[in-house]
Structures are given as C-alpha cells and as structure tokens.
Design a binder for this molecule. Structure first.
Ligand code: URA
Length: 238
C-alpha cells in the first residue's frame, strides 16, 4: 500500500502526524536504510523498511479472523473470471482486505475461514501441515465395506495422485443415497468428489463441517462470525 511517510508513522503509533513530520525533518527516519528528510515522501508499507532510531516500524494491522458457512453457488476466489458471486460478496461490514484460507468448490457448502493474516494463511494452506478437514457427503448408492476400506487405505485418482490415509463412515442411508462423514488432510482440486467417484459413488451434495478442531456448529448457511481468541490461538499453535 502506498502511503505518505508521516501518515505511516502516525498510523504505526510513533507520533501524531505533525510530530512525525518533525521527526522526518530532523533526519531521524530512514527508508530502506536511507535517511529521508523530504516531507510527503511516499512509501510502500508492504515492502519498504522504515526505521526510527534504528528500530523497524510496522503498521498495527487489525487482524480479522472469520468463519463463514458458505452456501453453494459462490466461488471462494477473490474475483471470478465468469463473474459468479464470490464469498466476499457475503461479507459486508469488514473494511480490511480479507481473503479465504484455502478453497471450496462453487457447489460445496460449509466452513471456510477468511483472514488478512498472511502468516496464518501460509501455515494453514502449506501441504506439510496436514490439517484434517471433515466433510459430509451425500452420495448415490451405498458403499460396500470393501470400498470404504479402499477409501481409508488410499486411492489412485484420475491424475495419478495417490491419496493418503483417510477416514470415512456411513452416517445413514436409504435405498438410493448415503450420507458419509469423510476426513482428509490433503487439498487437491475436488478431492472428496473424486475420491467418492473413484469408489463408484457420485457426490450429489458436499458440506465441510470442520477444519481441525474448528466446527461449523450451528452457524447458519450464508452467515459468518469472528473466531474466538481460543480458536485463533489453536490455529496459530497448530
Ligand atoms: N473436496 C471437494 O471435492 N470439494 C471441495 O469443495 C472440498 C473438498
């Protein structure tokens, strides 16, 4: 973000805007290790290193952590090439520029987190962290015990990706459909749908109910809430 140096100093809580101008004039502020005395100098608050008395100054970012129960018919990208609605259209009262952590398909419902905390996003989406994600899938037919076991042991998907161990159980079924509870920790494109198809059961409805120990609970479809302090520290300490 481009911002005037004195405004940056004021927003970082160093001094008032007027006092910050004094600090600049006195040659006490450097940008990328070059002393700046020119008032009105613009800096990039994301990339430039501003120092006051040799100490790096950072903006106090107002970190936002939200959990949304995504309805189907929304993309989780910030912008969509086909102009379909994005989940950011649902979030109304947040001024900070937030973005989804990970993704859900257009036609998948359920738990998605949004934040402006880049470190947490990086951590939660990095494959090495292996965070469990739990889904309820309604599929056509009733999977056999053998197919459930294959699903648990790992499947070879159409792009030759071998899935790692997963959990699956039948919650209920009628003659035509089954409701399955599935937990995986990988995040390949349409992975749950493709895994179900690999054992011969087409998914007709998919909802994510948990990410790690965070549960969608009774959050209504299309609604969102802030994470609690406990939930935020749980994610940060994963
Ligand atoms: N797996 C899928 O198939 N779709 C999702 O949206 C998430 C996981």
């Amino acid at each position: 973000m481009e911002i005037r140096l004195q405004k940056f100093l004021a927003e970082a809580g160093i001094a008032s805007r007027r006092k910050s101008e004094e600090l600049i004039k006195q040659g006490l502020i450097s940008v990328n290790d070059i002393t700046v005395t020119q008032l009105g100098t613009k800096i990039n608050s994301n990339t430039d290193i501003v120092k006051y008395k040799e100490k790096i100054i950072k903006l106090n970012v107002n970190y936002i952590y939200l959990m949304l129960n995504k309805p189907d018919g929304y993309v989780t990208t910030v912008k969509d090439q086909f102009d379909r609605p994005t989940i950011l259209d649902i979030i109304q009262d947040v001024e900070e520029r937030i973005y989804p952590i990970g993704r859900l398909d257009y036609d998948t419902e359920g738990l998605i987190l949004l934040t402006n905390d880049g470190d947490l996003t990086y951590k939660l989406t990095h494959p090495k962290h292996n965070i469990d994600k739990t889904y309820i899938a309604k599929v056509v037919g009733i999977p056999s015990e053998k197919n459930l076991q294959n699903f648990r042991d790992g499947l070879l998907l159409d792009d030759n990706f071998k899935t790692s161990k997963a959990k699956i159980k039948i919650l209920e079924h009628d003659k035509k459909y089954s409701y399955l509870e599935i937990t995986i920790h990988e995040g390949k494109n349409r992975q749950v749908r493709r895994m179900c198809e690999a054992i011969g059961h087409k998914v007709v409805y998919l909802k994510r109910t948990a990410v790690g120990d965070l549960f969608i609970g009774n959050l209504k479809k299309g609604f969102y809430r802030s994470l609690t302090k406990k939930e935020i520290s749980y994610l940060k300490n994963l």
